[in-house]
Ligand binder design. Structure first.
Ligand code: SAH
Length: 215
């Protein structure tokens, strides 16, 4: 059931799991997660669990979304690139905490659904594109923040190139067959600093646009 009580319970559980950033928690509270999951899973929308969104893809558990968003150290002046729009949930949380989100998804059908949700929720600071996010979004670079929702063995060079000096990128690094590490990359005047955060499990970042057949 989707009640304010369920949302409040989710916030409490995130808080007790160690998410203390008040603006991140309130952004999560503002996004109706039930709109982003297939109808059959709506009763689980406010559980702290990952859910399927079609095309073999998954919406991360709220704890991971909150953790990643908090690690980005956002503010309203920042321009963010998100790779792997999926359902659009993570992007919606980001949109409440920054100036503009540019989001790229390789499945046109998933992107079309996400776009509908963005317009329904009147999130006017989200710009979308169907394409291969591994290449980033050169025309809009540099980005103050980059958030990647799918794992890769190596960090794509184009993403490093498109990160502004002083910028932060958060991405899962590792293959599908072994554990992945959520990694924070900070770009400084002199190069890049890398920090391992927590172990995670994401779907892989794949090359090229997907040939959408059926969900
Ligand atoms: N953040 C999403 C969950 C994403 S699951 C949400 O809130 O729902 C990971 C997504 O990354 C999938 O939708 C997958 O299609 C997409 N993806 C994988 N490789 C990609 C690439 N190279 N470019 C863009 N999107 C990609």
């Amino acid at each position: 059931m989707t009640t304010p009580a369920n949302r409040a319970r989710l916030i409490l559980s995130l808080r007790s799991a160690g998410i203390t950033n008040v603006s991140v928690l309130s952004a999560i509270e503002r996004v109706p997660r039930e709109l982003f999951v297939p109808e059959t899973f709506r009763d689980q929308a406010y559980e702290d669990t990952a859910l399927p969104i079609g095309y073999g893809q998954t919406l991360s558990q709220p704890y991971i979304v909150a953790f990643m968003v908090a690690a980005l150290e956002l503010n309203k002046n920042l321009k963010v690139l998100e790779l792997g729009t999926g359902s659009g949930y993570h992007c919606s949380v980001l949109s409440h905490l920054c100036r503009r989100v540019y989001t790229v998804e390789r499945h046109r059908a998933l992107l079309a659904n996400a776009e509908q949700r963005f317009s329904e929720l009147q999130l006017n600071n989200v710009t979308t594109r169907a394409g291969d996010g591994m290449k980033g979004w050169a025309e809009q670079a540099p980005f103050d923040r980059i958030s990647v929702s799918a794992a890769s063995k190596e960090i794509p060079q184009s993403l490093l190139d498109q990160l502004a000096i002083g910028g932060i990128m958060i991405l899962p690094v590792g293959g599908a067959d072994r554990s992945q590490v959520l990694t924070k990359i900070s770009r400084t005047d002199s190069g890049f600093e890398t920090q391992a955060l927590i172990e995670v499990r994401f779907v892989p970042l794949l090359h090229g646009l997907a040939r959408d057949k059926s969900a």
